[in-house]
Every structure is written in structure tokens, then in C-alpha cells.
Design a protein. Structure first.
Length: 530
């Protein structure tokens, strides 16, 4: 198993680093000259394996080599926190099945990476925290079982913002006490956003074909945006949360991250499934689509009414220019464009945070009680953090934990009132009201601005927030696609729609992706070119 980075007190020494980074990437490519995995798609990998010109074992080894070359060494992206010691063995088993005439579908033999807050049997699941670095679940999460049934090869686990960015208001995205700081592959001194930072960076840097992240509010959309990849946050309940370290039972979901809409659609088909033991799972009955790839339609924008929610204040001028160009492209493709304002925008934030505080304590205690971890409660985790503050809390504390621990049970009127208020403001009277009022298929909005400088002392104060929040709080789907760059730093556009509108969002996002072709492969620059 790969040794993780234990010392979080990182520093950045960039003089001459660009040459080293380029050398490391070139060396990795030379070791696999006949197997260049940079920007390799699910469909192309599957085509090669189906025709016998590629094996899952060779593909898996190529990604392991690339992880060693540019994640452990070279640019040291620090996106992968653990390697699955059985990855090559799993790949060989998928090859044997294919040779015997059995293929499990479009993901058969495809190597993927999993965020370090989702149970993978036998591997550490820590939410990036040293406090539960001994937690090795015996069984897979529901979504991991579905992925294995689809034939994927699990390469390993990705780093994240510790506790999914829910430990402190002063946190730095992409940093965890167990994994250290993940870096943005476009400029290594820039933040990768969070909490699914490692998954988005891994996808952007071609450390796997695709990756799995999770989101409560922006944790897929934001890192996808600033790392120039596609990220889809499903409707809450479409993908099971059982076996995932929780933040909020109301808003949590896992979702796919990849370099193209097609790759994300393929992964979503394997992840989605009704889990009756997930409190939100019943709503997905009859709504799950086995293959979302059928909605990849270049003409999906034609005849659609699209709302534009222009949240570009404080962002560079080229962000607004790229949004305008994307809107013009959609209009040219036959969409009717309507400028909209989401009612009550941001007014739900206090209620949303109150709900999270209650649900985090309740959910984490339920997760830890049967887990293979010494710490069995939030209170025990807090005590560990305090006793090991030099390693666990060198940059920021645990003020969110403290507030969550002070909350009572989910039967308290304050919790129930906050939950209803957040849903009303963001959903019924917010996003959904805007969609209904103007008869819109979707609302598009800037996902976020370009990545900000990593600054452990200041945390994420340089971040700019786009308009994706309503879908997160309402529990409805959203998808980010790359739409442009600002001084070499990518940013994206988010499509938001009503519950279980993933097929329509995938179609429209794919159509715009084909029109704009905005994504550029990262160059691992030490900093922005002047």
C-alpha cells in the first residue's frame, strides 16, 4: 500500500520546478509510449480492450506509473492518498472475464479512483482525518458494490478537504491532516477547491479514467470548475449514501467526475441505483436510468428554454466574456435564452448551516458507532484532535465541530424549522420557482471563478462563489462543464434542473461541450506565467 504524506507542514519551493515537472511527465509517457493515458476516454479505453489491443491490467499499470511519476514525484499533486494493493489483481480478473466472453458493460476493466470518505472494504476510510485513520471498513459502501458489479477496477483513494470541509470556518480546501495539501494541476500554487479536491485533480491530471466525489454544497461542482473537468451532482437519493461518512442527510450525495460529459454519464449509470435503506432512496424508484450515455445528443439544446443566472460579481472580466460566449452558442444552437434571478438567493444559508450542524453530529455518531475505528463519536474525535493538535490542527481549529457537538437530537424544533426553511427558500420558492415561472428546462450559472492562491493562514478567503448553491440545498441535480480560462486557470458553467432531470442536463451539457470544446490539458505550471 502506498505510504501517505504524514507531515502537513508543507512549503512550496517553485524555483526551477517547471523543468522537473515536465521531465517527470515526459518520463512517465516514455515508460508507456504505446499507452498514452492522457485524456483517454472511457469509450476509447473500452474500444481498445474490446478489440484486444489493450488489457485492463496494462491500463491499470499505466495509471499506477503515472500516479508515481506526477502525484508522488514530479509536480507532487498529492491527489491520491492510498493505492489499492489489489488493483492489478482486480484488473487481471476483469481481463479473464473478457477473455471468457463476459463483459459487465461500458465500465468493464476501467480503472477509477474513490474519494476517501466512501467505504471500500479493507481500505482506510478516514475523511482525511488522522483521528480515524485506523478505520478499515469490512464491507463496501452500496455505491462501491454497484461499481464493482459494473466491472470497474479500484485504483485507490483520493485526498479531500478534511471532513469534507466541515471542521472549521477557517479551513483550506484540499488539505487534510492525513493527506496534506492537494495542488491544482494548472498552477501548483493554486487551490483545487473542495471537498472533492483529490478526485477532481486526479481526473484533470489523468491519474485515472474517471473518479468518484461527494457533495453537500459545491464539493463536486467547485473542484470540477477550478480543475477544468466535468462534475455531476446527482439528485439526492439517486446514488446511495450508505457507507459514506456523512455531513448532511438532507444534502449529501456521491457523484461522478471526469474529463468529458460522456465519461461522467457512463460512470453515473453504474453509480445510480435504488437503496431502500437510504432515507432518500425511495424517491429514486422508477427514476434510475441504466445508461445515461443515451442522452448524449449534440442537438439537445435545440428548442429548450434556458435561464441564465449571471453571478459574475467580483470575478475576472474574462469569466463574464466566456459566459456570454457560451450563452450565444446555446442560442445559436436553438435554445431560447431568458435572464433570470433565483428568488431568495443566499437567504437560506443560515438555515442550511443549522441543518448541517444537527445532521453532522447525528450522522457521524451513527457512522462511527459500528465502524472499525477507535473513536466512536464526534466528541471522541474532537478529543483526539485536541490531544494531537500539532499534527491535526496546525492551521485551523474545529469550531464547526464544537458547534455541532452542542446540538441536540433531530427531534428538536429548531432543527425541524431550519430544515423546512432551507428547503422552502432554496427549493420551492427559489430554484424550482424560477424554473416553473419561466418554463425553463434548466438554469445555467457561473460555477465559480478561477482558483485562488493556497494560503494556509488565510484559508479559502480568496475563493469566489458562483450560483450552484440552490441545487445543493434543494437536493436537485447540477453539472459543471469547463467553459473557459482566465490567465491559464479554468472555470466552468453549471446547469441546474429539477429533481431527477439528469438525462436532460447531461444532454444539454454535452451539446454545449461539443460546441465550445473549452477544456485544455493541464501543464503543471509552478505558478501563473507573468
Amino acid at each position: 500500500m502506498r505510504r501517505t504524506r504524514r507531515d502537513p507542514r508543507w512549503s512550496f519551493v517553485f524555483a526551477g520546478f517547471a523543468v522537473l515537472a515536465i521531465f517527470a511527465v515526459t518520463a512517465a509517457q516514455q515508460r508507456s509510449r504505446t499507452l498514452d493515458v492522457v485524456d483517454l476516454t472511457v469509450a476509447e479505453a473500452q474500444r481498445r480492450m474490446s478489440t484486444g489491443t489493450l488489457t485492463s491490467r496494462a491500463l491499470t499499470q499505466a495509471y499506477l506509473d503515472r500516479i508515481a511519476a506526477i502525484d508522488d514525484a514530479g509536480p507532487q499533486l498529492n491527489a491520491v492518498i492510498d493505492i489499492n494493493p489489489a488493483a492489478v489483481k482486480e484488473a487481471a480478473a476483469r481481463d479473464a472475464e473478457r477473455k471468457a466472453g463476459r463483459s459487465r458493460g461500458p465500465l468493464h476493466g476501467i480503472p477509477i479512483l474513490i474519494k476517501d470518505n466512501i467505504d471500500v472494504g479493507g481500505m482506510i476510510n478516514s475523511a482525511g482525518s488522522l483521528a480515524i485513520a485506523d478505520n478499515r471498513p469490512k464491507a463496501d459502501a452500496f455505491v462501491i458494490r454497484r461499481l464493482r458489479e459494473a466491472g470497474v477496477v479500484i485504483l485507490g483513494r483520493t485526498n479531500l478537504s478534511e471532513w469534507a470541509n466541515f471542521r472549521s470556518t477557517e479551513s483550506t480546501s484540499g488539505w487534510s491532516s492525513r493527506g496534506g495539501q492537494t495542488k491544482n494541476p494548472y498552477a501548483l500554487d493554486r487551490n483545487p477547491c473542495g471537498s472533492s479536491s483529490g478526485s477532481a485533480v486526479a481526473a484533470a491530471a489523468s491519474l485515472a479514467v474517471v473518479a468518484v466525489g461527494t457533495e453537500t454544497d459545491g464539493s463536486i461542482i467547485c473542484p470540477a470548475s477550478v480543475n477544468g473537468v466535468v462534475g455531476l451532482k446527482p439528485t439526492v437519493g439517486l446514488v446511495s449514501r450508505r457507507g459514506i461518512i456523512p455531513v448532511s442527510a438532507t444534502q449529501d450525495t456521491a457523484g461522478p467526475i471526469g474529463r468529458t460529459v460522456a465519461d461522467v454519464a457512463a460512470l453515473l449509470g453504474a453509480m445510480a441505483g435504488v437503496d431502500d435503506r437510504d432515507p432518500a432512496g425511495g424517491a429514486a424508484a422508477g427514476k434510475v436510468v441504466p445508461d445515461y450515455s443515451m442522452f448524449l445528443n449534440r442537438n439537445a439544446l435545440n428548442g429548450q428554454r434556458i435561464g441564465v443566472f449571471r453571478r459574475t460579481a467580483g470575478m475576472p472580466a474574462d469569466v463574464e466574456a466566456a459566459i456570454n460566449a457560451a450563452v450565444a452558442a446555446m442560442q445559436k444552437a436553438g435554445a431560447t435564452i431568458v435572464d433570470v434571478v433565483v428568488p431568495n438567493y443566499g437567504q437560506w444559508e443560515a438555515a442550511e448551516f443549522e441543518v448541517m450542524l444537527y445532521e453532522f453530529k447525528d450522522g457521524l455518531n451513527d457512522y462511527l458507532a459500528p465502524a472499525n475505528a477507535v473513536q466512536k463519536t464526534l466528541a471522541a474525535v474532537m478529543a483526539y484532535n485536541t490531544a494531537n493538535a500539532a499534527r491535526v490542527m496546525p492551521f485551523f481549529g474545529q469550531d464547526i465541530f464544537e458547534r455541532a457537538q452542542a446540538k441536540g437530537p433531530l427531534t428538536e424544533p429548531a432543527y425541524l424549522e431550519a430544515k423546512g426553511r432551507a428547503a422552502q427558500l432554496a427549493g420551492t420558492d427559489g430554484l424550482l420557482a424560477a424554473l416553473l415561472r419561466d418554463r425553463l428546462a434548466a438554469i445555467v450559472t457561473p460555477s465559480t471563478g478561477p482558483a485562488w492562491i493556497i494560503d494556509a493562514k488565510r484559508g479559502d478567503r480568496g475563493a469566489s462563489i458562483g450560483g450552484y448553491g440552490p441545487a445543493a440545498v434543494a437536493g436537485t441535480p447540477s453539472i459543471n462543464i469547463p467553459i473557459g480560462e482566465s490567465s491559464g486557470l479554468p472555470f466552468g458553467l453549471t446547469f441546474m434542473g429539477p429533481a431527477f432531470s439528469e438525462p436532460q442536463l447531461i444532454g444539454m451539457a454535452y451539446a454545449l461541450e461539443q460546441l465550445t470544446n473549452a477544456r485544455r490539458t493541464p501543464r503543471f505550471l509552478p505558478t501563473l506565467e507573468q
